[in-house]
Each structure stands twice: as structure tokens, then as C-alpha cells.
Design a protein around this ligand. Sequence first.
Ligand code: DLL
Length: 440
Amino acid sequence: MSSWNDPPGGFHPASVPDYLPRGRLAEIQLQRLQAVVTRAHGRVEIFRRRMEERGLTPAHVRGLEDLARLPFTVKADLRDTYPFGLFASPMEDIVRLHASSGTTGKPIVVAYTKADLDVWTEVMVRTFAACGLHRGDVIQNAYGYGLFTGGLGAHYGAEALGATVIPISGGNTERQLMVMQDFGVTALCCTPSYFLHLLERAREMKIDFSRLRAGVFGAEPWSEAMRQRIQAESGIKAYDIYGLSEIIGPGVGIECAHQTGLHLFEDHFYPEIVDPTSGEVLPEGAEGELVLTTLSKQAMPMIRYRTRDVTALFAEPCACGRTMRRMRRIGRRADDMFIIRGVNVFPSQVETALLQVEGTLPHYQIVLTREKGLDRMEVKVEVTREVFSDKIRALESLHRKLEDALEHVLGLRVQVTLVEPRSLARSEGKAKRLTDLRNV
Ligand code: DLL
């Protein structure tokens, strides 16, 4: 029998949960929801207490619509119960811990049983398959190995797919490029910002990685404009992968070949969209905060976890045949908005505006300062080598175009500073593009 890790041709969709009829999927979801609520209620004190405060028991979950009655879980819950307070399995059953940065000095800790790791591997296999990868592919995994979930999460999935995995982890750009060329790498996993950096160095070093055909890029927001730029410059197909430590790590959602939204692995992670302020569930298609419930996690079930990531869900069938609902790419977080002179600004808007203008590189920094009580926003953006060596008039014209593009998108005139190519810091992991110096 064929399975999802066979090369195309032997591929048989019916054997993959991604193609389950919606009715059957809903049955599985409800069964798993009831089991996970029972588990969390029986084993996680804070969840049981919140249920009791609402007069609820697991028996109240009779349909998927009852999920909306359950209490939310938020990042602060992980901090307040640090390190192991939300675990629903005894320590002997926990085979892996990961950690991610929290809102204070301490990280948040997440745990996995053997069965949880198997689910994680399964969703990552399905992720790679959606990107058209299979046995015979050579996958370079440049997500960081260690407490970050990106490295090991992608690693075990790629191995189970039957691909050849290169566990190179993040950093050491020259070695990354050498390996990519010499080992005939066909797919690369890393953050989109790190790929831009690799691309730039490859050009300088005259490295050819013409066998590379896919990038599995995520762990940070990136715009559609950025994708177009990456694809045009590299000739590869750039897929958006989404996930978060609290839910499992990478492997919560992935784009298919049609690149029209990320399919969510709904048989394991149940999505809702809520109003970020009131918490009220919003109708399908509405933009709001993504809330996820893990349907099969044992060690650390998350019931209605508020991701703070802003998106929208849609259920129209996709041309790829997958029945799993899609979410729009995450352009922004509910909490990354800043206000300049009364205008709300999201970093993603800045990226979109900058990439509309020819002659700039996709490397930028937003700096917020306050002088005599007045907020100032400056956008530093790298120009291409060609523009940089151009006449002053060309630079002036580019400068004006960028300020106009930003004003058009933001509704605000901000200062643009053109900087030399390669003068802004590059990241090996998640990019940090905003510096707020207003209250220092
Ligand atoms: O970033 C897991 C991951 C690893 C995802 C590798 C994809 C690839 P955390 O460090 O816990 O986990 O960060 C999770 O990163 O809530 C989003 O705000 C952001 N994020 C992750 N993927 C995307 C994406 C990993 N594709 C947080 N687009 C999430 C936008 C993303 N934001």
C-alpha cells in the first residue's frame, strides 16, 4: 500500500488524514475534544478550578460548539505555573522538554510524552508532504536544535518522511552554503529572514544551489510581498510553516502547492478565531486572534490557548483536495502594534510598503524614539549595491518613493534612512526588526 512518504505517482491521498471528509473529521474532533477535556480536568488543577467556577464538568462538552463555553488558557498561565504546573502526565512519562522565551526572565516550558512526539512527527511528515517533499529529497534543517522546537521538530518529521536529513542547525552561513551546494540539497528549513541572508552570501560567494527547489520558512511573520521577492530571486518555492511551542512546535499549519493559506492539522489542533479584546468567538472569515485547542496532547494539553497571532479561517475547499481548513498567513500579532502620533502601526505594514519599491533590499529596521515628548519613527532600509553606487539624484528619488509608499500604507509620514548594503544586523533565527527606545 502506498503512503504519504512515497514519491508522487505512488501517492494515495485517501490514506492521509488531510483528506478526511469533513463529517468524519468532525466526529474525530469531538471524540478527541471530550477525551482531552476530561484529561485536563482530571489532572491540571488550574483548568479544573476554572471549569468549576463556570459550573462546568467534562460532561458538558456534548458537541464541538460547546468548546466556546470553556475557559481560555494564556501565556501567563505557563509563567505562573513555571516550570511543570500544567503537566497532565507524571514526570516518568515525559520523554522531552522544550522551552521558549516567556514574557519575563523565565522561559515557558513545554512537555511531550512518547505519544506526543509521535503526533508531532506525523504532522511534520504531513507538512513536508504538503510542500511536495518525499523520500529522495535532501533536507537541510537550519532551524536551531536545542530548546527551540524548530530543530528537533522538523528533524524527526523529515526522517520519518524518508528524506535525507542534514541536521546542521542555525548559524555558520558559509558552512550552510557549502553543504547546500556539495550535498545536493533540495529543500531548506529556516526562518525567511535567515534565508534572505543565505541568498545574499551565496551571491557574493558565487555559490550555486540550483538543486534547491523548496524552502519551508516560518517561526516569524513575513509578508506575501516578501515571499514573491524570495521566490523571484531564488527560483525556489517558498512555503509558509506555522507553529508554536505551547501547542507542539512547528507543524500546526502549512501551505500546499497552491499557496492560498495554511492548512491547519485540525484533527490534532482545533482552531477558533476570537475578538482579541472581548474574547468573543467570531464567524468564519472574520479577522481575529487564533485560539487553539490540542485534541490529542497528553503531557500538556492546551485548552483554548490564546496565541495572540492574528489571522482568519476559511473552509472553502482547496484545489489540492485537502479538507483541513485554511488560515490566512499570520501577518501580525495582537500585541505587536505600536502607536505613533495616534496612528496604529504594525511592522508588517512597513514591510509591505518597503517591498513595493524597487532598489531596496528586504533588510530593514524600525526604530522608535521620543524627543521632547514627541514620538518619532525611523525606518532604516538597505539599498541595493547598484543604487548605492548611483548618483545622488537616484538615491534622493528612491528616498522619496519609500517615504511616499510608507505614507500611503501607514497614513503617516515617517523618516526613512537609506543605509549601505549589509549594514543592518542579520539574524540566524527569528528576526528582530523593531527597536522601541521611547521609554528607556
Ligand atoms: O517558532 C515554532 C516554529 C518553528 C514554527 C519552526 C515554524 C517553524 P515559538 O518559538 O514558540 O515556536 O514561536 C511561536 O512564532 O505564536 C507566531 O507569533 C510566530 N510564528 C511562528 N510561525 C510563524 C509563521 C516556533 N509562519 C510564535 N508566520 C507564534 C508568522 C509565525 N508568525
